[in-house]
Design a protein around this ligand. Sequence first.
Ligand SMILES: NC(=O)C1=CN([C@@H]2O[C@H](COP(=O)(O)OP(=O)(O)OC[C@H]3O[C@@H](n4cnc5c(N)ncnc54)[C@H](O)[C@@H]3O)[C@@H](O)[C@H]2O)C=CC1
Ligand SMILES: O=C(O)C(=O)COP(=O)(O)O
Length: 343
Amino acid sequence: MAPIRVQSVLISESVDPRCRSILEENGIRVTEKHNMKKDELIAEIKDYDGLVVRSATKVTSDIINAASNLKIIGRAGTGVDNVDVDAATKKGIIVMNTPSGNTISAAELTCALIMSLSRHVPQAVMSMKAGNWDRKKFMGAELYGKVLGIVGLGRIGKEVASRMQSFGMRTIGYDPITPPEVATSWGVEPMSLEQLWPQCDYITVHTPLMPSTVGLLNDETFAKCKKGVKVVNCARGGIIDEAALLRALESGQCGGAGLDVFIEEPPKDRSLVNHPNVVSCPHLGASTKEAQARCGQDIAQQIVDMVNGKNLVGAVSCSVFRGHMQTNLISSGSDQQNNIIMT
Ligand SMILES: NC(=O)C1=CN([C@@H]2O[C@H](COP(=O)(O)OP(=O)(O)OC[C@H]3O[C@@H](n4cnc5c(N)ncnc54)[C@H](O)[C@@H]3O)[C@@H](O)[C@H]2O)C=CC1
Ligand SMILES: O=C(O)C(=O)COP(=O)(O)O
């Protein structure tokens, strides 16, 4: 494939500084403008060949249509649900992400939320800071011997499984793509969702957001769970239906929720965040120095490789990307496999 000419890149969010320096070392002009409103981005984008984003920049079709020179959208992270990949494809714009750079960080935060739910650490800390010494209110339960259901056995699901197994949890899981023998080799018992729901003390979701995963946990599926089940969403807002979750928390069907992500970020409706049995974070799964360094570095290197016409073997149409059923197509930057979407 012929090299792609990229002379200018706009970075629209806080990305590790290595991203900028790698691009500049390779002769690409970089402009950083954070927190732009949609209209500002529409006005700005025509001046650039490349755009680097994280999850907060919504790269909608009107932005893409205004991007007369854009050739590459680089997502320094995993989920590309904030990018209209179809609109990009129609305009011949390449979309690429760095999906393994933040896997460990997202898995670790998931485990932190599971542990917070089991021992009420955030609530106890708040109580202490308010001047209390309440040893009765925060009675917890061990994770040892409990059942963790993992919905989505991809990169993050696998890492969560191994970490929680070290706490003595039994891990069961569902994934329509990961072969059962692979799940078993990770110590996860593969099964259908119908089998999984009633067995879990904890459920954690690690799927992309797509039509088949919207509202995976809803009124009907909550009703199939054990009373008091605790749930964690460190993947994407909406995989657990937020209204159904609130109802389940209020009825006691759900005993607690750990939420890193929301349908609307930041959430205007604070009913879930303010619920006493909810521990929440402002989408911090990938917010570690290490994950940001990997993602920033990898996305810059992938853009540079693209410009130099390197590592394009195996790049295919973006239809392969649908629903994260990504094929690992290219290896660049670090020793990780990166996913790439060609138009
Ligand atoms: N909170 C945060 O800051 C972060 C969130 N994420 C999100 O975490 C999620 C998982 O990321 P990865 O593990 O890297 O993705 P992945 O692509 O490695 O794994 C996703 C898995 O979900 C499975 N899946 C698809 N449809 C399913 C369904 N209907 N039911 C069950 N499983 C299904 C796929 O087969 C795949 O194995 C993504 O939504 C990603 O955007 C990723 C990094 C950081
Ligand atoms: O990589 C992902 O999918 C994430 O959700 C991380 O988002 P962020 O890069 O922290 O805005």
